[in-house]
Design a protein around this ligand. Structure first.
Ligand SMILES: Nc1nc2c(ncn2[C@@H]2O[C@H](COP(=O)(O)OP(=O)(O)OP(=O)(O)O)[C@@H](O)[C@H]2O)c(=O)[nH]1
Ligand SMILES: [Mg+2]
Length: 325
């Protein structure tokens, strides 16, 4: 049994529809690799029979949706097909889309940045998009009128500090940093003190990419967490694991490994534009029930988007036979 940090602010907000309206255009095109892979089973003139249902099951698994989620969908779908309640390919698509959406709903919880400074820690394995995500989050909250500060706690990889500083310059956001090789926990400490002194609303902490087998780096992460908690037991207010959708099922074990070191309160799934494994978001929601705070669907600043279950489910599957590509 895995226990996650409870974030008391995890209510859905009534304005989420409004925000999703502006971001929904384009999500379908960004998820087209996964949708094409799933849609490949629906050829022109394909009809609803046992073969098609079996094919669908295989393709949902290949999209990394995970056995548990797929089993649940199929166990509900098969009786509906048998009894004739689902009687066409289009109805099957609608049924499956709704089931996927229901499974994702638990993870549709918008991050509420309330306390000040609100401390958001980003963690994850190498190259998943943590630093880019830190910059995009900074930009997003800046555009909502929040003052933001970045903390360069990746003191491990060469040029990581400069990478964050360059984002800071572009966005006109202060970056707290020390030299390469310094103690990441000390940087986090200084950054929090500085954010407090400067009345910053949001402090985003970028950390080094690490594999769970790298015990000293994992221990360093636990230390960052401990040092923050000494400053204020509520810190960090949000600990987000950044996951590359292209890692498929491996993303699931990454969540478990990182959560052993620091209690996670949210996930961000990136690179959904570059993979046919977009179903992994469903597997993650099903297994961990953690909020998916944002999704990454491209390399541009605005390609970090709020996660909305229904919109995501509708983008994963062709929405009718005519549309299948
Ligand atoms: N296509 C695409 N690329 C992305 C997305 N998110 C991040 N990237 C790219 O992924 C690459 C790695 O991003 P970084 O932010 O440096 O990753 P990181 O996790 O900080 O890497 P380390 O610090 O080395 O562990 C960059 O080229 C980003 O532009 C996304 O949603 N889609
Ligand atoms: Mg980085």
């Amino acid at each position: 049994m895995i226990f996650f940090k409870q974030n008391t602010q995890q209510q859905k907000e009534s304005d989420s529809n409004e925000q999703n309206e502006s971001q929904s255009s384009g999500l379908r095109s960004r998820l087209k690799k996964t949708r094409r892979a799933l849609g490949s089973i629906f050829g022109t003139g394909s009809k609803l029979d046992d073969n098609l249902v079996d094919d669908l099951e295989d393709h949902l698994i290949m999209a990394d949706m995970g056995i548990d989620a797929v089993d649940q969908i199929m166990s509900e779908l098969r009786p509906q097909v048998k009894s004739g309640k689902v009687k066409s390919v289009d109805e099957l698509i609608q049924f499956v889309t709704n089931k996927i959406s229901q499974q994702l709903e638990i993870s549709e919880q918008k991050l509420v940045v309330e306390q000040s400074p609100f401390v958001l820690l980003l963690v994850g394995v190498n190259g998943v998009g943590k630093t880019t995500t830190a910059a995009r989050l900074a930009h997003y909250y800046q555009s909502l009128g929040k003052s933001v500060m970045l903390a360069a706690c990746d003191t491990f990889r060469a040029a990581a500090i400069e990478q964050l500083q360059s984002w800071g310059k572009k966005l006109d956001i202060p970056v707290v940093a020390q030299q390469h090789g310094s103690d990441a926990a000390a940087v986090a400490h200084d950054a929090y003190e500085s954010a407090k002194a400067k009345n910053i609303d949001l402090l985003i902490i970028d950390t080094a990419g690490r594999q769970h087998t790298h015990s000293s780096l994992m221990e360093q992460l636990a230390k960052v967490n401990r040092v923050l908690q000494k400053l204020n037991p509520q810190l960090p207010h949000e600990s987000i694991i950044v996951l590359d959708a292209g890692n498929g099922q491996n993303a699931l074990s990454q969540v478990a490994h990182f959560n052993e070191m620091i209690p996670l309160s949210g996930m961000i799934v990136t690179k959904l534009d570059g993979t046919a494994k977009g179903g992994v978001v469903v597997a993650l929601a099903k297994k961990y029930q953690l909020p998916v705070r944002f999704i990454g669907v491209g390399e541009a600043m605005q390609d970090l988007r709020l996660f909305e279950a229904k919109e995501f489910a509708q983008a994963l599957l062709p929405q009718n036979l005519a549309e299948s590509e």
